[in-house]
Structure formats: structure tokens, C-alpha cells
Design a protein around this ligand. Sequence first.
Ligand SMILES: *Cc1c(COP(=O)(O)O)cnc(C)c1O
Length: 416
Amino acid sequence: MYQNNIAFAKQLDQEDALKKFRLQFHIPLHNNKEVIYFTGNSLGLQPKTTTGYIQEELNDWAKYGVEAHFQAKKPWFSYHELLSEKAAKIVGALPSEVVLMNQLSVNIHLMMVSFYRPTAKRYKILCEAKAFPSDQYVLETQVKFHGFNPETSIVEVSPREEEHCIRTEDILSAIEKNKNELALVMIGGVNYYSGQVFDMKTITEAGHKAGAYVGFDLAHAAGNIKLELHNWNVDFAAWCSYKYLNSGPGSVSGIFVHQQHAHNDFPRFAGWWGHEKETRFLMQKGFKPMDGAEGWQLSNAPIFSMAAHLAALDVIDEAGMDALIAKSKKLSDYLEYVIDEIGEPLEIITPRNKNERGCQISIIAHGKGKDLFNKLTENGIIADWREPNVIRMAPVPLYNSFEDVFRFGEILKNSL
Ligand SMILES: *Cc1c(COP(=O)(O)O)cnc(C)c1O
């Protein structure tokens, strides 16, 4: 169905209903030519509208000073509310289940303060092996903080020998095996390394059946794949906004707390921005959390990074997640095809099953070292290298083209 030539790639671009969105992004240049940017899974590109959104807040700050909390065109006091509805759509949540605050690793800690409360009997956390390092450190130090031993408290599920992805059945049997001690299941919705999409619905059901809470790190999932956190009954989730959500380096993170926990009297680490809105400025003793995800906020909003996030969310909203996902599948399928056409020594480690992957394809270049990757870079490709020999590529539907994929294949072939 696919063809490995430029005319065919251009034809696909011609037929692409989302092709105009590429023009709404700044594409970095290499030797005065646009790069082939395949690292939207690491740092998404900048929408051209971002400057205007941030400038508006700078202007209101200049014009009103502190009064901008109420006088700004988009009052800072409630700025985060502008983001919740749009972010909720992306993760399949009710607006009240989502809030934007802090950064990702911080938010995972805050979520765990509420959802990981180990007892002598139930103290284990189940996660995927080789999770993103920050997540590993969060889990390790949370366990130690509660006085437990990471060696015996963290259950990691690995791929089977000779395999690169983790089988759902192996996750389910690990849950079953540890069900009496299991306090929390905490997995990355999409594994950052292999690009594997986990079956979050099935895992959530199994975790709940075992009597554990279930949460997901959606850093590589938000803005990438179809999410239905509310319907799946996920307890909590957190994600960053600078990968597929294009909101700039270190930009504000999102959290999800399921509605069923909205009024729950969870233990939490609190700050004034989570205190009920009506009495927040009375500055009185006694923390009274707002209902819903907002009750987990600590600090007043980082307006500039929220402005960048709002600019990016508006672009995604205009394109629509369903259309983006449809194009994303096609781009990744084409990339898979182009890599298969090259064949040896390349091995795709991302699932071949299209429902188990999003934007990303990861390959092992057997017998090839960093010099292969350096050649790609010299030829204007920005991809991602992981020692010893894995290359990750994310063709992103908002700004990557089928021509990008074809040209990438040519350069890769010539570099080998
Ligand atoms: C990108 C990423 C992070 C980064 O965390 P920050 O706190 O934003 O630096 C953490 N976890 C996962 C799974 C990631 O993909």
C-alpha cells in the first residue's frame, strides 16, 4: 500500500487535511534548510502563536502590576481554569478532574502522597521495568520515605527474554501474584524507550480488583494517543506539557484525579492555591481543599508557562485529537514501512501492533554505534540516541510530513 519514493510521499502530504498546521510552527534550520524534526516526544516545537500569548501577559503585568490578577484580559487569579477544559479533552476527563500545576516529577510525588500510603500488609508498588529514570527515583524515594525497602516493595515487570515490550498478560499475572501486598500500580502510559502503549483500561481494572490504586505517568501519552482516563476509572495521572503538547521547556504539568475522589479527605501536601476559593484570601488557619483536582494545587499559577501551554492547546484544539491520532498512525506506519525497506541491520523494537504504539518508532541499529547517529545529525535529522544503539523517532502529526519520513529513510540508508 505504501511506496518508497518522493512522489508518493508528496502525494500523501497533498491529501493530508492537517498539512496547514506545519506552517503554524517554527521548524529549526540546519544549513539553511528545515531539519527533519523527530524529537517531538522529547521537546515539541514552538507554535508561532506562543509569542503573542506570552506577550499579552507581559503587557498586562506592565500595565496593571499586581492588579492583573483580576484586571488582566485573562485574569491570573483564574488563569488555570482556561486550560483545564482543553487539557481534559486531551486526556479524556471531566474539566474538574484536571488541573495544571508545577512540573511532572513534583506532581507524581504529590499524587503519591495521596495515593501511596503503605501499610505493613499493603506496601508494594507495581511498575514497568526500565521506567523513565525520574519515575524510578520518585518510586524509590517514596518507598524509603515511608520506611520500606525498595528491593522488596517495588515490583518491576520486564519484557520476556528476546522481547522488547512487556506483555499485558505478564502485568496482569504480576498484579495477581502480589495482590495481597499491592498498594499501587504506577506505570508510564507509553514507555518512553520502546514507544509501547500499555492497555491502561485492563491494567486499571486488574489493579482495582487487587485492591490497589492505579495511576499513570502520561508524559509520552498526553497529546499522542487516545486517552479515556475518566471512563477507565484511573485514580490519578500526571503528565508534562513540553513533549507532544508543545508548550516549551519545563512548562507546566497536568494532573488528573478521578471524580470519585473529588470530595475525598485524602492526606495531601497542601498550599494556599488548593484552599477553597471563596476564603483563600482571608488568610486563615485550617486548610479546606477545593473539590476536584484543583484541591491539589499548591502555588499561584506560573502564568508565562501557562500562556505558552494555552497557545499550544488552542492549536491542538483546532486540529482535533481524533484527526491528529489518525494522521499519527499513518505517519508511523509509513515510517515503519520505510525502515523495513532498509532491513538489516535495523530492528524495530516498538510494537508491530498498531494499537500498541503512538507517534514513536524505536529501532536498534545492530553493530552500529554513535557514528551512525552523528551522520544523521550532520544531514539535518534531529532524532534521539540512547546508548548503546537505540534510535527513537517521533513523527508528529502537527508538524511532520510524509516527505520528512521518506527523506529520513533515504538519509538513514545512505548513512548505513
Ligand atoms: C519526560 C518525562 C519525565 C520528565 O519529568 P520532569 O519532571 O518534567 O523533568 C518524567 N517521566 C517520564 C515518564 C517522562 O517521559
